[in-house]
Design a protein around this ligand. Structure first.
Ligand code: BTN
Length: 243
């Protein structure tokens, strides 16, 4: 892909902007960023705090991959974002970790969320939008998880400077992801920088929650949970809580 960037000021949601451009024929590789969103979206229909000072970015990918490989995409994105954030952290700062599938945490506080949305376009192409929100300088009200900003950990980079790193790391990671061998490497990297592997976690599913030992992920990115009855469950979607 050949990546381009459109920097906007106020939008409803950068994900929506990307999808609208896709419907009008935009090509794969378009990045849209905004200073502020008035209708920022989080996972599971939640709202995403979107005041100026943070990074709000979305990348459009068209006909990105066969369906059977798409499960690993959110994990690949988390690896790229973890890398971009790590590049702007001070040397003595705490580790930047991924919480399954693709939140980014520092000291167990959420600093970034990722929302991947897909849509079939009228012309038969399949559009995917990868939305990334990073708390650079402004802390949202505490919601489901405790949150923090990068500024609280000594980061002086602006949202624009952080975006330049993200642009680079996403290009590198997606080119690896596109090559067949790359997915295994990305999954290895994901495990190296994931938080909580081997620990007890609780996963909130839409209808109930289950607890167990976080045993890692399978080749497609599903969460492996060892439950008290000795079995292992594979989980495709849910909110993970440590401890
Ligand atoms: C989550 O719930 O953790 C995912 C949050 C994703 C937020 C980003 S900000 C840029 C893009 N535009 C949106 O409306 N949402 C994503």
């Amino acid at each position: 892909d050949d990546f381009r960037h459109e920097a906007l000021t106020d939008v409803s949601s950068t994900n929506t902007e990307c999808l609208e451009r896709a419907r009008k024929g935009a090509l794969s590789g378009l990045w849209v960023t905004a200073v502020r969103q008035t209708g920022g979206r989080g996972r599971r229909g939640r709202a995403w705090f979107s005041e100026p000072g943070n990074l709000y970015a979305s990348l459009l990918l068209i006909d990105a991959a066969p369906m059977d490989r798409l499960g690993s995409l959110p994990l690949a994105v988390a690896v790229a974002v973890q890398d971009a954030i790590s590049r702007v952290m001070p040397l003595d700062a705490p580790d930047v970790l991924i919480k399954w599938p693709n939140d980014i945490l520092i000291q167990r506080l959420k600093v970034c969320g990722i929302l991947v949305e897909g849509e079939m376009l009228p012309d038969g192409r399949h559009a995917l939008v990868i939305g990334i929100g990073i708390n650079v300088a402004v802390a949202p009200e505490v919601g489901l998880y405790p949150v923090a900003t990068l500024r609280e950990f000594g980061v002086s980079a602006s949202p624009d400077e952080l975006f330049a790193h993200l642009f680079q790391s996403m290009a590198e990671t997606l080119s690896l992801w596109n090559g067949g061998q790359g997915i295994a490497l990305i999954m290895e990297r994901w495990k190296q920088v994931a938080g909580g592997i081997g620990e007890n976690i609780t996963v909130n599913l839409p209808d109930r929650s289950i607890s167990g030992r976080f045993a890692g992920i399978d080749d497609t990115g599903l969460l492996k949970l060892e439950t008290d009855d000795g079995g292992t469950r594979l989980i495709a979607a849910g909110d993970v809580f440590f401890g």
